[in-house]
Design a protein around this ligand. Sequence first.
Ligand code: BG6
Length: 495
Amino acid sequence: MEISPTIFVIFGGAGDLTWRKLIPSLFDLYRDGRMPQQFAIMAVDRATLRNAQVHTRYLDGVNRFSPNGKAKGTDWKHFSEHVTYQQGDFKDPATYAQVAKRCAHLEKEWKVKAGHVFHLATPPAMVGVIPNMLAEAGLNRDRARARIVVEKPIGHDLDSARELTRVLTNSFHESQIFRIDHYLGKETVQNILVFRFANPLFEPIWNRRYVDCVTITVAEAVGIGHRGRYYDQAGALRDVVQNHLMQLLCLVAMEPMVTFTADEIRNKKVDVLHALRPIRTDAVRRCTVRGQYGRGTRDGKNVRGYRTEDDIAPHSHTETYAALQLFIDNWRWQGIPFYLRTGKCLSRQCTEVAIHFRAVPHQSFPPNASQGWYPSRLVLSIQPEENIVLGFQAKIPGLQMLLRPVEMRFRYNETFTRPSPKAYETLLWDVMNNDPTLFMREDQIEAAWRFLMPVLEVWTNTRPRNFPNYAAGTWGPKAGDELIKRDGHAWRTIA
Ligand code: BG6
């Protein structure tokens, strides 16, 4: 599919996101022949830099972070001819006048009207400023061609998210706003809908009659790295639960869409959030667990505790682990618990959705015939393994009737030889194509915040007395296991 000519303006062109993700992804699209014939990338930032300096840094970013390997001489040379740097203060109207002038110049040269993508790869505070400045320069006016891209976190709580929506929608129509949650661009996340709704096999049992509980895990083995300043203000609930985990929940629990169109899918997702049973403040203690890592080990090496990481307050109460039990009050899921957990410095990296099915209604086999028995279970492994695994009982070959669980496994990398595009490649390509399907809509963000507000309030107002409460390199605080165990369930053991 040919994309129309596009001018990509990146605010925060000297920043980390541009270096690590945006330029490597745009370059990978380019070497894959998927950038438009006519395109330009304009990086804007406060630092005074020459084009050549910016090109060198971007090439370094590609060579380090592109999953497709280092850039080859001519590919990079041709690509970098499309990339220019403009020094400018985000609060100065002259910056935007300069952007407008350059856009007009390029369009004159190309003899076409181009799409304008304004990507805000800036600190969150600037997201409150740039949309209005773009509007004052008239860069928002063409609804069909001007788009603005903003990154999570969208707000810090419900009120700030609403304020951000107000700022964005004051200057841009909702159809022009692309809010990135990069999880939605992952192949294995997109495949959840395909798996559920392109196969008649699982949908009839994807409900309270057959499902006992659902567990969703976003576990990270790494700590907070160099992001202490941001993370200490955010914590796991804001950083991952409000967005990535809620997106996975919606995809797993939503009703089938009638058509594969952006708003139809987003309507179905938001219905899930509207059906979440509110967690009242007096229930927060029972339904949630928070944790913070202390000293521990990873791969045999000592790992420091959260409170001694760079830029972290020595008595910080920020959670690096969060687990929740929640219910969806609708016909499909009434009474079925969903357990969500995420954490930094856990035993290993693993994102997965596990559907735990009910046990058979009557056990015909003698209890001592089963070894390590567990009811059927379907695991959608999102990363780093990309698999779908169905666990069920089988007879152990032999003269006796002995049973044990076995697994049927689909592996992406065995079936599809072509590597999956990275999330940002998919998302940037979709922005250029003006396809908002994989982007968050304002009402969805608001509904997720509304649901989590009581938890945030209680966690902010009551200091945890036991932090740090898990050692780096383990599976989190004991209370995280107890949360699910008291209902007779268990997190899947991730080896
Ligand atoms: C980001 C969070 O949104 O997602 C990070 O801010 C987290 O804290 C990251 O590490 C996880 O993304 P991925 O793609 O590495 O699983």
